[in-house]
Design a protein around this ligand. Structure first.
Ligand SMILES: Cc1ncc(COP(=O)(O)O)c(C=O)c1O
Length: 467
């Protein structure tokens, strides 16, 4: 039995994997990874896979990056962890100073959590609590966009719109106000991204006008709705939303957990609209993809809404055990050093252009409705009918065919439903981008062969799955 097989069997005897129908592994081999280096992951039988999805969008400077490794090694000899309530440490102070400097003006306070969903919970609770502390108890609802994703905990699911969850767990969720997404895939023919985003903003304006007295915050994924299929929209929406939130006295929460740290072409997506949200949630690439950590940045004004004598009970008594973990902070500091020293955002422009040119031919593919791109994220939408953009029935699991083909060819491409996308580490080379485009094209040809016209019932229930 191969080493891969041995590890797979031991794994399947005891593990329950995330976002997986475990029965799939009766047919679909699990890939046990032995080591990583740069964009490559290597299994126990020595086969390599190019990590085109940055291992769930976290990795930015490659696996086992020597500069990040060294910083963590140095830190582990110094201090591995310390409680962050009543105590502090050098990496968390330095990281907070740097995040405040790097993010738009007005975000002056940093609160830590230990994964993206927990970061979202922090922002939602802080917003609600701020209004309560300032005597506006009515403001406790949240506005969110359709097709959005903010994580898996109960409140994060409540502000998300992934059909499987809203259906299965509906009775557990908070009642939120859902406004149609500015998703430009759905724009009428001949209409620009900017115009469509402006027009769609009308419905947000209306929701705010009608509900603002009861609304604590609007929460959005800026520019790219990731788990919802890498659907994209124009920065003008963010600008209009900032202005409206100010007008109506509603907080704006930017969930940049997936899009922060250069994915959209700027260090943070909000820069493209020239605005600052009231809460900026960061995670994933924050630590270069090494360790789980989230940071929620907010304003001094919101911080002051909690600052009082203990007996007033205004404090934000929220904590996660590993808050501000020194090893995670060290990884984050090393990551920020690389962004700065290597002028990464500028250098990425050439890679982003190469992603576009390498996939340009797919625009004419008979089963590709759209090839869209924002910065370092490129998505290819497979459909059964190009002219009408009729999707494939999700039950056919066309994306899974691309995933399987890519594995054979030595790439980790994990489509979201029928959306094949590249979200690679920034250490990818132009030639490796060409290789990915080749693998994706072949995979799309295989997956879209035999496209008989079938009626479609409902959209894919869970876009995080490649099914
Ligand atoms: C936009 C966005 N928000 C929140 C999360 C949740 O982060 P985590 O999986 O670390 O809980 C994700 C994860 O994919 C995400 O894409």
């Amino acid at each position: 039995m191969s080493l891969n097989n041995q590890w797979m069997q031991r794994d399947l005897a005891v593990l329950w994997h995330p976002c997986t129908q475990m029965k799939d592994h009766e047919q679909l081999p699990l890939v046990p990874i032995k080591r990583g280096e740069g964009v490559w992951l290597e299994d126990f039988d020595g086969k390599r896979y190019l990590d085109a999805v940055s291992s769930w969008w976290v990795n930015v400077f490659g696996h086992a990056n020597p500069r990040i490794n060294q910083r963590i090694k140095d830190q582990v000899d110094q201090l591995e962890h310390v409680i962050l309530a009543g105590f502090s440490h050098q990496p968390v102070i330095e990281l907070s100073e740097r995040l405040v400097k790097l993010t738009p003006a007005g975000l002056d306070r940093v609160f830590y959590a230990d994964n993206g969903s927990s970061g979202i919970e922090v922002a939602l609770k802080m917003s609600f609590h701020f209004w309560r502390n300032t005597g506006q108890e009515r403001k406790k609802r949240f506005i969110t966009l359709t097709n959005s994703y903010h994580g898996e905990t109960i409140a994060a699911m409540s502000v998300g719109d992934v059909a499987l969850f809203t259906e299965t767990y509906k009775s557990l969720l908070m009642d939120t106000i859902k406004v149609p997404s500015p998703d430009c895939y759905l724009r009428p023919e001949g209409v620009s991204w900017e115009e469509h985003s402006r027009v769609m903003f009308g419905q947000m304006e209306q929701a705010l006008a009608e509900n603002h007295q009861d609304v604590a915050a609007v929460i959005i994924e800026p520019l790219i709705q990731g788990a919802g299929g890498m659907r994209m929209y124009h920065p003008v929406y963010l600008k209009l939303l900032r202005e409206a939130c100010d007008r109506y006295g509603v907080h704006l929460i930017h969930d940049e957990i997936a899009v922060g740290f250069g994915r959209t072409g700027t260090l943070f997506a909000c820069e493209q609209a020239g605005i600052a949200p009231d809460f900026l949630c960061l995670s994933k690439a924050l630590t270069g993809g090494y360790l789980p950590m989230a940071a929620v940045l907010t304003s001094e004004a919101i911080y002051q809404g909690f600052y009082d004598d203990y007996q007033t009970l205004r404090a934000f008594l929220h904590s996660h055990t590993y808050t501000g973990n020194p090893l995670a902070c060290a990884a984050a500091l090393a990551t920020l050093d690389i962004f700065e020293q290597d002028n990464v955002i500028e250098a990425n422009k050439a890679l982003s252009a190469r992603m576009a040119s390498a996939t340009a031919h797919l625009v004419d593919h008979p089963h590709v409705a759209e090839v869209r791109q924002t910065g370092m994220v490129l998505a290819i939408e497979m459909v059964q009918d190009k002219a009408s953009k009729t999707p494939y029935p999700w039950q056919e699991r066309r994306g899974l065919k691309v995933f399987q083909h890519a594995l054979e060819r030595g790439a980790l491409l994990r489509p979201l439903g029928s959306v094949v996308y590249f979200l690679p580490p920034y250490v990818i080379t132009p030639e490796q981008i060409d290789f990915l485009a080749e693998v994706a094209s072949e995979g799309i040809d295989i997956a879209t062969a035999n496209s008989t016209s079938v009626p479609v019932s409902g959209r894919h229930p869970n876009f995080r799955d490649p099914g």
